[in-house]
Design a protein around this ligand. Structure first.
Ligand SMILES: Nc1ncnc2c1ncn2[C@@H]1O[C@H](COP(=O)(O)OP(=O)(O)OP(=O)(O)O)[C@@H](O)[C@H]1O
Length: 476
């Protein structure tokens, strides 16, 4: 059978698979409730590049299906039938529309930053899958909203070295501060006035290391970070990771004299991405409870600098969107499956951390959890005080404010620090109690709808909020 005929049969099978697909299910939990969101973006087939490939990926709400032709003992199956494997993230899209990606998955991160928080949009996935395309489009759309940006800094990580993209690529050192956070020494922060930011970022982009490879004519050979500082004191970082790749993709036929250099780069890129994957894997292991594993953030500069963004716990001070990029082609399938496996681990870690927090209000936290919360509060501003906490959530909840301030001052903090941390903790306790109350009422509503009427008596004041009355009318 001709390749073309087989190709058409594959396409027909994918089309019929899609026709039978149910309406895209809603994301669970809703995206608005997530601290970290993991999304798959599948780029469109590119006529010049993906000639002869069929659409091997289908997205449907949070579900992603990867299609592989059925083959027996390595022989091509001439029926053109396909076999599909399902993955589930928080959301997915393949419509190629940058504006809707921004509206659905990036805008909330920008809002977090404009309100004074820390936002991060991180693109990862195999080489040529569209990471740079997305990050550049997201930055452009954000600039177009008229957002006020007071300063910018941009750097790249190449061969485990940091280079300042706004200072002629100068190599900089990463040092660990007293409070355990990693900082880049001497990174240039360029102040910007209205309309200037596009030009500043353009300068940084032109300095970034790229090369032509088999997979991509303009492949990024480094991990790039673009950080925007906002008048609220918040910041927003867009991270465009270099693509994971294999030997065939890394070199270029037209540049065979540079093959050794490309392969060396490929090894370095894959090593840092491997370290990142290991951190993600162990984050998942730890989020399941049990004996906590050491997460090797210090293995590479990339993981040291991404450490805060990888914190998927609901108490994290950072709102992050992970955009997992995949290419729709058949030849990309092994890399696609690999990227989606790691994205699924991120989703599981996020969900497990949410569940753990749901059933464990701050008043039930262990001393270690209290210290870890203080360490992360406001992007690590109070980290140096975390060590001195030594108290469970229960003790913290019952402690008098003056006693707490004394403790904070003894640890080198100020009265204002004590006041702030105390307030924040009690806000969290109140929030958790409110959520528990709503959950309780929802449970009662369900029981009454099912006609059991055996649940605990709900508090009348919150009954309306949870749709209690509507459920009773329907049932009468
Ligand atoms: N959503 C999209 N719509 C149209 N074209 C796209 C889209 N995403 C990517 N492309 C095109 O695909 C090619 C590869 O994209 P891009 O350079 O962004 O990939 P990458 O993942 O950053 O690759 P690398 O890791 O090698 O740097 C480019 O020609 C780009 O214009």
């Amino acid at each position: 059978m001709e390749n073309q005929q087989l190709h058409e049969l594959h396409e027909a099978h994918v089309r019929s698979f899609r026709a039978k697909m149910p309406v895209a299910p809603e994301s669970k939990p809703p995206l608005s409730e997530l601290q970290s969101t993991v999304v798959c973006r599948c780029r469109p087939l590119l006529p010049d590049h993906d000639n002869g490939s069929f659409q091997a990926v289908t997205t449907n709400g949070p579900n992603i299906y990867v299609h592989k032709e059925v083959s027996k003992a390595g022989l091509v199956n001439t029926t053109g039938k396909i076999n599909s494997k399902k993955f589930q993230l928080h959301a997915s899209t393949s419509d190629g529309d940058d504006q809707s990606i921004y509206d659905l998955f990036v805008q909330a991160v920008v809002e977090k930053s404009t309100a004074g928080g820390i936002g991060c949009v991180l693109a990862y996935g195999q080489t040529g899958a569209g990471k740079t395309h997305t990050i550049e489009a997201m930055m452009e759309i954000m600039f177009g909203t008229g957002i006020e940006i007071v300063a910018v800094s941009c750097f790249e990580i190449r061969s485990d070295e940091v280079h300042d993209l706004l200072n002629d690529g100068e190599e900089l050192r990463v040092l660990t501060g007293a409070e355990g956070t990693d900082n880049i020494v001497g990174l240039k922060k360029v102040e910007t006035v209205e309309g200037e930011v596009t030009e500043v970022v353009g300068r940084a982009k032109s300095l970034r290391s790229t090369a032509s490879t088999n997979a991509n004519d303009q492949s990024s050979r480094s991990h790039a970070f673009y950080t925007f500082f906002l008048p609220s004191g918040g910041s927003l970082t867009f991270v465009d990771l270099a693509g994971s790749e294999n030997k065939a993709d890394a070199i270029s036929h037209s540049e065979s004299e540079n093959a050794d250099e490309r392969l060396k780069e490929m090894k370095e890129i894959n090593k840092s991405l491997g370290d990142l994957k290991e951190c993600i894997r162990l984050t998942l292991v730890n989020s399941k409870g049990g004996k906590q594993q050491h997460i090797p953030y210090r293995r590479s500069v990339l993981t040291r600098l991404l450490r805060t963004s990888l914190d998927v716990s609901p108490t994290s001070e950072v709102k992050t969107t992970f955009l997992c990029h995949v290419a729709p082609t058949r030849r990309s399938l092994p890399m696609t499956i690999n990227s989606l496996n790691y994205a699924e681990q991120m989703v599981s870690a996020t969900n497990a951390a949410r569940e753990a927090a749901k059933f464990k209000g701050p008043e039930k936290w262990s001393p270690k959890m209290v210290a870890s919360w203080v360490e992360k509060l406001d992007g690590g501003k109070y980290a140096k005080l975390a060590e001195s906490m030594h108290m469970s959530g229960k003790i913290f909840q019952t402690m008098w404010l003056n006693d707490f301030i004394k403790r904070v001052c003894a640890a080198g903090g100020s009265e204002a620090d004590g006041n702030y941390i105390y307030e924040k903790f009690h806000d969290l306790v109140a929030e958790s109690k409110k959520k528990k109350k709503i959950k309780k009422v929802e449970e009662v509503t369900i029981e009454i709808v099912e006609g059991k009427k055996t649940g605990p008596k709900p508090d009348a004041a919150v009954m309306y909020g949870a749709g209690f009355s509507a459920a009773c009318v329907e049932n009468s």
